[in-house]
Ligand binder design. Structure first.
Ligand SMILES: Cc1cc2nc3c(=O)[nH]c(=O)nc-3n(C[C@H](O)[C@H](O)[C@H](O)COP(=O)(O)OP(=O)(O)OC[C@H]3O[C@@H](n4cnc5c(N)ncnc54)[C@H](O)[C@@H]3O)c2cc1C
Length: 458
């Protein structure tokens, strides 16, 4: 009798090591890998993230000796067709915790089971699967610190060894096609903002392992350096984790520094919050979200465009927004400052900024992005209070003290040293660099007035 064939449906787990679903399929018999490019998910991705995904898929396809079938279309129909083509009798996949993925998987399960396939969901893309933890009163966690404590109690870092896989070659599309798909749902307020792909560094499992190793060598300094965009003080593993090229368990097996563990825990916390409140992807958990006045008129759109292009006249904000355009990535401290500026100094809807980040970031992740934005906007669960408003100039002086990061991303300021580089408007000379687009003190007062009005509407 010929060996049974299983499909392994790759989604946010684009790797071959420490992969429990792949290991289970390999033990059963022959394996066909499949990735389905789904327009519903790719629509929010700009050119950079799509190109990034295509590069990762190309490395995975090579690693499977061509046994990764890349399909385009509705996942259920594509999987069913492929199962018929290769005679597969089972499907293995890692669970997905995001709202769309959960609904899609429920649909696919019914479809494939009706067609006689066994369906196995194994492991998750997190160390502790979202939805697992509850408080002592059986409620979901809304506050990070107790979540982190409970989470740490559940952390298991056992590695799954994947046996030799009997790959069964199959047909499919080229990964390059995936890089050209999607990106069709550009919101109107993006207007004419350019969308070229940013250059992509080494991707794939080996590159991620190398990045992790390099980071491990300096991780002892992480807590001290992680807030400094001028230093290479963070792991830069976010896109690897986003696409599951690296599982967070693999990262924690190598780096155990407390501050790093906490950042991984933030990622898991936000995924858990989104699991319990899927609607929080669009509406913040704080009811201030519906009551706070935001601007949406034409001048508001013009302010958004200046922010997105890195032309605000505030050097740290501009450096960050230009890093996002240039690399498809931005340092966490600068994400916080840029997001706070959009909401609290420009009085725009956090959703506008969140969409632009989703569009441009290679690590764009619904849970971390939407909740990161809500935290900065003072509207999320366990968020910084609204009235704590970052001053982008003071943030620059503190976290980029000699202006190295600003000079790297804002060439008009390349000739300026600190302290002038932090507030070129004050110096009156920086050819080509815009004057500050707003007055910080004035807009801070306006933000607080809007906040007071919103609270009065309770
Ligand atoms: C407005 C805003 C939007 C964000 N959008 C995203 C996003 O779409 N995708 C994303 O992965 N992260 C997002 N973050 C979190 C954070 O900025 C990035 O994870 C981090 O900058 C990635 O760089 P790194 O890998 O060097 O991080 P490191 O400092 O090395 O941290 C290690 C890992 O921990 C996780 N992590 C770190 N900080 C956070 C955090 N605050 N929240 C959740 N997870 C975290 C990431 O997976 C990261 O790779 C956002 C933060 C803000 C303030």
């Amino acid at each position: 009798m010929s060996e049974p064939v299983s499909l392994v449906w790759f989604r946010r787990d684009l790797r071959l090591s420490d992969h429990p679903a792949l290991a289970a399929a390999a033990r059963r018999g022959r394996v066909v890998g499949v990735f389905v490019a789904d327009e519903a998910l790719l629509a929010s991705a700009g050119a950079t993230r799509r190109a990034y995904l295509a590069s990762v898929l190309a490395t995975l396809q090579r690693a499977t000796h061509g046994a990764l079938s890349i399909r385009v279309g509705e996942p259920g129909a594509q999987l069913l067709a492929l199962a018929g083509e290769v005679g597969a009798s089972a499907l293995y996949a890692t669970t997905d915790a995001a709202p769309y993925g959960r609904e899609r998987d429920a649909r696919v399960q019914v479809l494939l089971k009706d067609a006689g396939l066994d369906v196995h969901w194994i492991d998750s893309n997190y160390v502790v699967a979202p939805g697992t933890l509850r408080t002592s009163s059986a409620q979901p966690y809304r506050v990070f610190t107790p979540f982190r404590r409970a989470w740490w109690g559940e952390v298991r870092l056992d590695v799954t060894r994947v046996p030799d896989v009997g790959w069964r070659p199959t047909s499919g599309e080229s990964p390059a096609l995936v890089g050209q798909l999607g990106g069709t749902r550009r919101p109107w307020y993006f207007a004419d903002l350019a969308d070229g792909p940013a250059p992509i560094g080494p991707v794939g499992e080996l590159a991620a392992a190398r990045r992790l190793e390099e980071f491990a060598a300096t991780a002892g300094d992480y807590a001290r350096r992680r807030n400094r965009p001028d230093l290479a003080g963070t792991s830069r593993l976010s896109a690897d984790l986003r696409f599951g090229v690296l599982h967070p368990r693999q990262a924690l097996n190598v780096v155990g520094e407390d501050a790093f563990v906490s950042e991984i825990a933030w990622r898991e916390f936000y995924a858990d919050v989104l699991w319990h409140w899927p609607e929080s992807a669009r509406r913040a958990l704080s009811d201030l979200d519906g009551r706070l006045d935001v601007d949406r008129d034409e001048p508001a759109q013009a302010r958004f465009a200046l922010w997105a292009r890195g032309q605000t006249g505030y050097p740290l904000v501009d450096a960050g927004m230009r890093q996002l355009l240039g690399e498809g990535w931005m340092h966490n401290r600068v994400r916080m400052v840029a997001a706070s500026f959009l909401v609290k100094h420009l009085h725009l809807d956090w959703r506008w900024g969140a969409r632009w980040f989703m569009w441009r970031l290679v690590d764009a992740d619904l849970a971390s992005n939407q909740h990161g934005w809500q935290w900065c906007a003072g509207l999320g669960t366990d968020a910084a209070p609204f009235h704590r408003i970052f001053n982008p100039t003071l943030q620059a002086e503190r976290f980029d003290p000699d202006g190295t990061y600003i000079r790297r991303w804002v060439p008009e300021l390349a000739g300026l040293a600190a302290p002038l580089v932090h507030q070129p408007g004050a110096g009156g000379w920086a050819p080509g660099y815009p004057a500050p687009m707003i007055d910080l003190a004035e807009e801070r007062r306006e933000a607080l007035a809007r906040w007071a009005r919103a609270r009065g509407r309770a």
